[in-house]
Design a protein around this ligand. Structure first.
Ligand SMILES: Nc1ncnc2c1ncn2[C@@H]1O[C@H](COP(=O)(O)OP(=O)(O)OP(=O)(O)O)[C@@H](O)[C@H]1O
Length: 288
């Protein structure tokens, strides 16, 4: 099936940062998470997909088409959200919506008001009176109210309390039930992706390290913890981002069988990783 987003050899260079030669495909019907440390290029990737910034090299298509020349049609199929969106403070929720809704042919007023109710937002509240979390909820209500096929979300859970974060992830799961919808979200809250993501894109310093099914990552890697006595050179070589402490070591491995071969007599812990573990050990490896 045709990917919803396709990037081929895309580069974007700033004075002190470069996203280099990124090629990726985002399949329809799934939740793809974009993870990586601060300043690694997550927002840059999403801005490129939305054509808010232009690549220096490479090709980007959405729904199989270039944005140029098809902008209105393509953008009406996309709901997007950025962590720092400046709305006009003196406008109310309702008047702000009135400025934005006409951009979308498929705007659905009933859906919008449904989300306002669900998110506890009053239509007559002034934008400047909304907390960071409430502003995020407003942005989400906008993004979700024109039946978008693709949601491109930059830190959609930033500033939201844990209960609402979970509710929001439930809403995303509901949206994905309709198998034609696609969600792409950059986030630092990797725990949400542990549970819900189908694919994970990991970027670091402008380089895409991987774009893989989450379940495959969890099957491939394990966190190993044990006493130093078990660390011979061979086994050390199987560890990514290995760290030693007074009493032991810990690290990530993609060669679990080497460790399991030690048998159960040894005080060894082999754990399924979280995405945070994978991120952490990959970064430790880069630093060492
Ligand atoms: N317009 C710009 N001019 C110059 N540098 C920029 C510009 N926009 C972004 N950058 C730089 O590009 C790098 C990547 O930024 P980006 O916002 O994509 O990272 P990020 O992974 O989303 O980070 P964070 O997790 O902190 O939000 C940063 O070093 C940033 O300073």
């Amino acid at each position: 099936m045709e990917p919803v987003v396709s990037m081929k050899n895309v580069s974007k260079r700033y004075d002190r940062f470069a996203l280099e030669q990124v090629s990726l495909m985002i399949p329809r019907g799934y939740l793809t998470g974009i993870i990586g440390p601060n300043g690694s290029g997550k927002t840059t990737l999403i801005r490129l997909m939305l054509d808010l910034i232009h690549p220096d090299e490479g090709e980007i298509t959405l729904f199989g088409k270039h944005l140029a020349g098809n902008e209105r049609v393509i953008k009406s199929r996309i709901g997007f959200l950025f962590a720092q969106t400046d709305f006009y403070g003196d406008q109310t929720v309702n008047s702000m919506k009135k400025m934005i809704a006409p951009f979308y042919d498929s705007w659905n007023e009933a859906t919008f008001h449904g989300y306002l109710d669900r998110f506890g937002l009053h239509p007559e509240t002034k934008m400047k009176k909304l907390s960071q979390g409430m502003t995020m909820k407003f942005s989400l209500a906008l993004a979700l109210s024109h039946d978008a096929e693709l949601l491109l979300l930059d830190e959609p859970t930033a500033g939201l309390d844990p209960v609402f974060r979970r509710e929001l992830m439930d809403i995303f799961s509901e949206i994905l039930q309709d198998e034609t919808k696609t969600i792409v979200m950059a986030t630092h809250n990797t725990r949400e992706l542990d549970e819900r993501a189908d694919f994970v894109i990991y970027v670091d310093r402008g380089e895409m390290i991987f774009n893989r099914p989450k379940d495959e990552l969890f099957q491939q890697y394990a966190v190993i913890k044990g006493p130093r006595a078990l660390l011979d050179d061979d086994r050390k070589g199987t560890l990514i981002g290995m760290r030693q402490t007074e009493i032991g070591f810990h690290g990530l491995t993609d060669q679990v069988s080497q460790w399991e071969a030690l048998g159960s007599d040894h005080p060894l812990v082999v754990e399924k990783p979280t995405l945070e573990d994978i991120l952490y050990y990959f970064q430790m490896e880069k630093r060492s």
